[in-house]
Design a protein around this ligand. Structure first.
Ligand SMILES: NC(=O)c1ccc[n+]([C@@H]2O[C@H](COP(=O)([O-])OP(=O)(O)OC[C@H]3O[C@@H](n4cnc5c(N)ncnc54)[C@H](O)[C@@H]3O)[C@@H](O)[C@H]2O)c1
Ligand SMILES: [Zn+2]
Length: 376
């Protein structure tokens, strides 16, 4: 593993030329945010965007820390939840950033989960054609996934994440102690994305997680390690394929089925949150690969057993309430994906840590697989 050590803190560097940046991972980074920012950015003004769950817990500590280091900061607290990733809220954020007279060397700071990160990042990408952007991700999902890689955006009535820009952050501060206040369900959902990195191309990491997942949940060095390995994996993929022309698609392992299930449950977080859809989707992707004789059914069993052990749903029947039929799920998959002549692009696998992009999967195979799974 190529993660640099500054025990107990880790640093993952994302070498993207003039858009290169550092990801710092460890406890207590929130209080030190001011120093980390002033040592890297020229500006001395910041606009903090956060949500109503995170603000009462961490906003004051961040503002105090920034002030100590001579950064003049203002803040905007938005409602929590996916609905906040909207064009209306984007306009509110842009207006606030302009009113705060944030210039190109000053920073927009996202203090929150992926919703706040995607929204604030979009605003940072378009205000004055781009101002500096600092991510302080507060959910496990955002620490291992959404805060790294520069994808920003909001949802439209036509679908999720349809409006956005690529705008890389200038710094990511993943304070691992902040995760202690995350609900167990949200922590588990983020963990599905951690396990995903093992399943994509790092079987040794998956094996390590099978042994150490409890310690990752409890906190301590294993949590830092798991987040650092995840960020390094994401950084490696992003550096190779920043704009998702090829390899970056591997990050969608489990997401084709997962997104279809999210759509089928109307994005109702009481029934299913994103990471839970990904957990079920990853098991389905392994089972589907076994059905196509690409991988052993034992691998699918192993994935299922691990995700079940951590308390994630692993089967479509684990989702509360009725699900639509296989044809409706296939429709959702076809809408989510590029379809060429009835063939779909899927992330399939030859075994644990051996995922690959397959762009010739017949939709009829997917349909019969889903029918079989729903009948069980
Ligand atoms: N840009 C990308 O590359 C990328 C990648 C993956 C996901 N995403 C996006 O990320 C979003 C999901 O992110 P998420 O799962 O972080 O959702 P989220 O931002 O809604 O956070 C989940 C919940 O946890 C709360 N929360 C966050 N941190 C907390 C803390 N430390 N203590 C207590 N509560 C806390 C939030 O207020 C919210 O209620 C989706 O919109 C998805 O599209 C983007
Ligand atoms: Zn995901």
């Amino acid at each position: 593993m190529t993660v640099q050590s500054r025990s107990p803190e880790r640093l993952v560097h994302v070498p993207l030329g003039d858009r290169a940046y550092d990801i710092l991972i460890g406890p207590g980074l929130l209080a030190r945010a001011g120093g980390e920012i002033t040592s890297r950015l020229k500006g001395r003004k910041a606009a903090i965007i956060t949500d109503e769950h995170v603000a009462p817990l961490y906003l004051e500590a961040l503002m105090d820390g920034l002030q100590t280091d001579g950064i003049e900061a203002v803040s905007l607290t938005l409602p929590a939840g996916e609905k906040t990733k909207s064009f209306d809220h984007l306009a509110t954020v842009c207006d606030m950033v302009l009113a705060a007279r944030i210039e190109r060397n000053d920073a927009v700071i996202a203090l929150g989960g992926g919703v706040i990160g995607d929204l604030a990042g979009f605003a940072a990408g378009i205000v004055r054609r781009g101002v500096r952007f600092v991510q302080i991700p507060t959910s496990l999902l955002s620490q291992v996934d959404s805060s790294v890689g520069g994808k920003t955006g909001v949802n439209s009535r036509h679908g999720k994440n349809l409006l956005g820009v690529f705008h890389q952050p200038d710094l990511v501060l993943a304070d691992t102690s902040i995760l202690d206040t995350l609900s167990p369900r949200e922590f588990r959902a983020g963990y599905a994305e951690v396990a995903k990195y093992g399943l994509i191309d790092n079987p040794a990491f998956f094996e390590w997680l099978e042994k150490n997942w409890q310690k990752v949940f409890e906190g301590g060095p294993e949590r830092i390690e798991a987040i650092a390995v995840s960020c390094q994996s994401k950084a490696d993929v992003v550096v190779e394929d920043e704009r998702e022309m090829g390899r970056r698609a591997l990050l969608n392992l489990g997401h084709t089925f997962g997104h279809a299930l999210e759509a089928a449950t109307q994005y109702d977080s009481k029934r299913l949150v994103h990471g839970e859809g990904v957990a079920i989707g990853m098991v389905l992707a392994h089972e589907f690969s076994a059905r196509l004789n690409l991988a052993s059914p034992d691998d699918a069993k192993r994935v299922e057993e691990h995700l079940k052990a951590v308390g994630l749903p692993t089967k479509m029947s684990d989702i509360p309430g009725e699900l639509p039929g296989a044809d409706v799920l296939l429709d959702a998959i076809m809408q989510d994906k590029k379809v060429k002549g009835g063939k779909l692009t899927f992330i399939l696998t030859r075994g644990i840590g051996q995922s690959f992009v397959a762009d010739d999967v017949p939709s009829s195979e997917v349909l019969s697989f889903l029918k079989e799974k729903l009948a069980k």
